[in-house]
Design a protein. Structure first.
Length: 275
């Protein structure tokens, strides 16, 4: 079993590939609604936070200020990590390849094709004029790059994020699925996900707690929650008072269940708000 992330250009067959691969492998293809419900389950204040990732578009100036808050980076990481911990999962787009870039048991694919071919495919599928299809592709590509850059501080064209960049120019859907099946099989053989699923779940819990702490106490990246090598949750960073430090510990313990919480937060009057 594995986890698959598929980043794709519009018109590259990436969406069709994800759907067919899920059918062939018997994997679960994550829906937008599923991500939204997970975020709601973490904290009622996260209700609208996934809107822009759901639509996968670029952000306005006001939205950039809003999403610059590290609380939402923690939220996205928690959602993606929890989905990945369930195994046999395919996640399309939404920065999943960035969140999971250091997990060897994850297949991270980027599906591309020449712009002219993508425009022709889109025009045929949607009944568009070819020039309109070209304009849409250009705008859509720019918006997706902007979204990943603004929220995740990465470039979609950083090929180090992927263990496969699949150009579908010379492939049909069946051929593309065949390539992905082989890659999934090799990743499963070399990196059985069962060995890291528990760690992914622990990392998801850490980021979920981090998001809630940042929401309740400090909208700053100086407050962090990480999974230790022995499976405990370590709170670190800075808060304004001992009262806030204690509140952070109590909130973390309430969310952590049976997992040990180590509170290493320091108290200082000089905590900034870097956004």
């Amino acid at each position: 079993m594995a986890v698959v992330t598929i980043s794709r250009q519009v018109g590259s067959l990436g969406d069709e590939l994800a759907q067919e691969l899920a059918r062939v492998l018997g994997y679960h293809l994550v829906s937008v609604q599923e991500m939204h419900e997970l975020a709601l389950g973490y904290h009622p204040g996260f209700g609208g936070a996934l809107k822009d990732l759901e639509q996968e578009r670029g952000l306005s100036i006001l939205e950039r200020l809003f999403f610059a808050q590290p609380v939402y980076k923690s939220l996205y990481a928690a959602v993606i990590l929890e989905l990945a911990s369930r195994r046999q999962t395919i996640i399309i787009g939404r920065g999943a390849q960035v969140v999971l870039k250091d997990v060897p048991a994850v297949v991270r694919a980027r599906v591309v094709a020449p712009a002219a071919l993508r425009a022709a495919r889109l025009a045929q599928a949607q009944g568009l004029d070819l020039e309109d299809a070209r304009a849409y592709i250009e705008r859509h590509d720019a918006e997706r790059r902007a979204l990943v850059r603004q929220i995740f501080d990465h470039d979609l064209r950083d090929w180090g994020l992927y263990n496969l960049v699949l150009n579908t120019e010379g492939l049909d859907l069946a051929g593309a699925v065949g390539v992905m099946e082989r890659l999934v099989a090799e990743v499963v053989r070399l990196h059985p996900l069962e060995e890291v699923a528990r760690q992914l779940a622990g990392m998801a819990l850490a980021k979920r707690i981090e998001a809630c702490l940042r929401k309740e106490l400090l909208r700053s990246k100086v407050l962090e929650v990480n999974l230790t090598p022995d499976g405990a949750l370590r709170l670190s960073g800075y808060l304004h008072s001992a009262t806030e430090r204690q509140k952070a510990q109590e909130l973390a313990i309430a969310l952590a269940g049976q997992v040990e919480v180590q509170n290493e937060i320091r108290v200082t009057a000089f905590v900034g708000w870097p956004g």
